[in-house]
Design a protein around this ligand. Structure first.
Ligand code: KG4
Ligand code: ZN
Length: 333
């Protein structure tokens, strides 16, 4: 008999629902929340309210597109954390209610692990063990994946995440939130004319807060000389910042490959949608003899498809959540 999983993702500002049948994604629908743009960042209370408005229509759309009914479902997977508590609550409560009503099991999913396991949504799939650079708005990690259930964090950011570095730079340049995709677009028309220093951080950890400060001082100085500096050079500024963020990420990834000897390497998370990172990662991989894996765009930023894949792995192990499960904004294990 077929296994049909409905998955729900609501950890930040995207309400997403997906349907997976026997390991294949049939639908992956995301309702974004433009409402945060006016505030220059995600407003948690506004996000939970928007999730409540979006969740039923998003789930209905995902079921419809997949051509399945609620009664066809075998199990429900949902994001337990990490994320914004009010946002997570909406997805967790909705999933619990639906699973109880249908009398089917639930799987709770770790959001960051799901970003990594998104690589199993489509071919080619990485072989185990592999390394994954997970770069999102809230996290930056290098993870060693020994099997779908054994993920070990080898290094992570000690301050800002890579996505935050993009978003905060964009804010300094007057771009709308989230600025990452806009910086990416503008960078394509610019040259890396300006140099920002690379932080010296031990081991496989990252730091991005110094970069933000050096960009701030750089802009202050340039704007004093020429008040139109940003307007006239925004493409070059974006290209220079992006280049530096990408080199910080790839230098640590190279170090991780050298230390572990693992040449099966992937990138994941919202920032893995960045064209500069995708290109530089592929070139680096070719030069150093890695096998590289880049997710399709729909599986980079937050989406329920990745929750469905991670949930399916748990389903295969019968690793079900009890009804006492609660949303967990910070997960330390
Ligand atoms: O994974 P994600 O959707 O949400 C979190 O789990 O945080 O990542 C969102 C982050 C934001 O910081 C956004 O600016 C960044 O991913 N992002 C990008 C691009 N697309 C999304 N950053 C740079 N270039 C992009 N093309
Ligand atoms: Zn994410």
């Amino acid at each position: 008999m077929s296994v049909i999983i409905l998955a729900i993702e609501s950890s930040c500002d995207d309400t997403s629902a997906a349907v997976l049948k026997d390991g294949l994604i049939l639908s992956n629908i995301t309702a974004g929340q433009k409402v945060h743009q006016d505030y220059g960042g995600v407003v948690p209370e506004v996000a939970s309210r928007a999730h409540q408005i979006n969740i039923v229509p998003t789930v209905d759309q995902a079921l419809q597109k997949a051509g399945v009914t609620r009664e066809d479902l075998t199990a429900i997977a949902f994001t337990r954390g990490p994320g914004l508590i009010g946002s997570l609550h909406v997805g967790v409560c909705f999933s619990k209610g639906m699973a109880l009503a249908l009398g089917i099991p639930m799987m709770e999913v770790h959001h960051l692990q799901a970003h990594v396991l998104a690589h199993f949504a489509e071919d080619p799939k990485p072989d185990f063990p592999f390394l994954c650079l997970t770069v999102s708005g809230g996290h930056t990690q290098i993870v060693k994946v020994s099997d779908p259930y054994t993920l070990e964090v080898l290094g992570s950011t000690i301050d800002d995440a890579a996505g935050e570095a993009f978003d905060k730079t964009g804010k300094l340049l007057g771009l709308d939130y989230p600025a990452g995709p806009l910086v990416d677009k503008l960078a394509k028309q610019g040259q890396p004319l300006y140099t920002f220093t690379e932080p010296k951080i031990e081991g496989l950890d990252f730091s991005f807060s110094g970069l933000k400060t050096s960009i701030l001082y750089f802009l202050r100085k340039k704007l004093k000389e020429n008040p139109d500096f940003v307007k006239e050079n925004i493409n070059h500024i974006c290209c220079s910042v992006q280049d530096r963020i990408v080199s910080i990420l790839l230098n640590k990834l190279k170090k991780a490959v050298l230390e572990t000897g693992i040449k099966e390497v992937a990138i994941a998370g919202g920032v893995s949608a960045n064209s500069g990172l995708r290109k530089a990662f592929t070139i680096t991989g070719k030069q150093l003899g890695w096998r590289t894996y880049i997710p399709d765009f729909q599986y980079c930023t937050d989406n329920a498809g990745m929750i469905a894949v991670a949930g399916y792995f748990k389903y295969l192990k019968k690793d079900f959540a009890g009804h006492e499960v609660v949303a967990t904004p910070r997960i330390t294990d």
